[in-house]
Design a protein around this ligand. Sequence first.
Ligand SMILES: [Fe+2]
Ligand SMILES: [Fe+2]
Length: 449
Amino acid sequence: MTTTAKNYTRRDPVELHDVRENARKLAILYTVEVEIARLAGLWLPKIREMPEKLWLGRMLYEDAEHAMWIEKRLEELRVPPDLVATFRTRTAPAFKAMEETDDPELFMRGLLLLVKPALLADYQRHIEACPPYVDDPSIRFLKRIVEDEKEHLAKGLSLLASRASGHALPAGALWDLSARSGDFLKGQFVGQEPRPQPMPNWPQEVEHLPAVAPMPLYPGDFKGDMQRVAHDLVFSELEAAEIFARYVYEYHQCPWQFHYEAARIAWDECRHVELLLNVLDRYEGRVGQFPAKAPGFEEFMQLKSPVERMIMVSVIAEGEVSTDTQTQHRDAFRQMGDEFSALLKDYEMADEVSHGQFGERWARKFCDQMGEDYDLAYENAHAALERFKAQHPEAEGESAIPLVRLGADEAGEKRTINVTAKRLLGYSDERIRKLVAESGGRMVEEDTL
Ligand SMILES: [Fe+2]
Ligand SMILES: [Fe+2]
């Protein structure tokens, strides 16, 4: 009798999976990634702590991307796309529990102590069963996934360590890679009936005011006013991240490509939060120094029509307005001699262009799919936005500071129309002319290279 030392990985050809078995297991891992991304979308606006929100934003994107890679490979392994879609309509009991609870401890502990370690182990096992040569395309992305998952665990566990220990989910509530269909609950999934959340939850130290409440006056000195502006911007980026996280949690009628792109936007917005936290830091401000509001999130959650809310956020607020706002902010920083902030803002503007392109692309497709008239939905979304804005008091003044002076800059002579950005969004000259006429703004062209 011989004993084999377990110091190397033995490959038993019989244990290597064939195309069907490979696809069957990848389909299970696909469901898991989709459900985790949806849960991250639900929890990003729910969890209070800023570092956890920002970590979830990155994880949300990476897990949505993992699902995208697996989806592509499943199609290569001869799984028809409509069958792939059914893998997004099943779940594990643990995921439902993490959706239904309001306890962030339970979510974080379930994710980090149960779900992610089991997922990492399954990926490792899967890689070990991949046949050489023929399945290298799987191995290539699976190795990248394993690296990402390790990072999610490392950072997530460090965040969890700062929380008090609480309840954990029972281990039996997961999926099973060896069971034919993964031992999932069929016909149920996270976000099937999205749980409403009228306002996002923000860090304890922030006084979170409802959108209709007045904001206090600006402090009135340069440093104080700059702190206030940066503080406002941190929270407007945060609410954007929270809205796009909800896109991933909701809209299950859409293909995964939509969620994958929305997840990227949520992560972009989290990075904008980080860059603005850096600006706030450099002007010696701190989170919680002022009250903050989330009018965009509140509006988004109040609008009933899924098509109209998508147009309101992605076509109007992001494409039509935000590409100009970021241009104005960048130029205002430059005028103040703050080149570093201007550089960060220019990158942010680049992100806004792709966010607007996302809106132009998906809002129309979604309208067609839902059998709604795009122009009518656009008119309604526009009217709803105007109505909401009329309810929000604004504290602005004739400040000497360019950035403060901008205020809510969607109309009038303060509005700059970045024509170059609008062309990248696919606006026709006619549409640009109309926008200029209606907003009363001034056109600028930019050198792109
Ligand atoms: Fe942003
Ligand atoms: Fe954006």
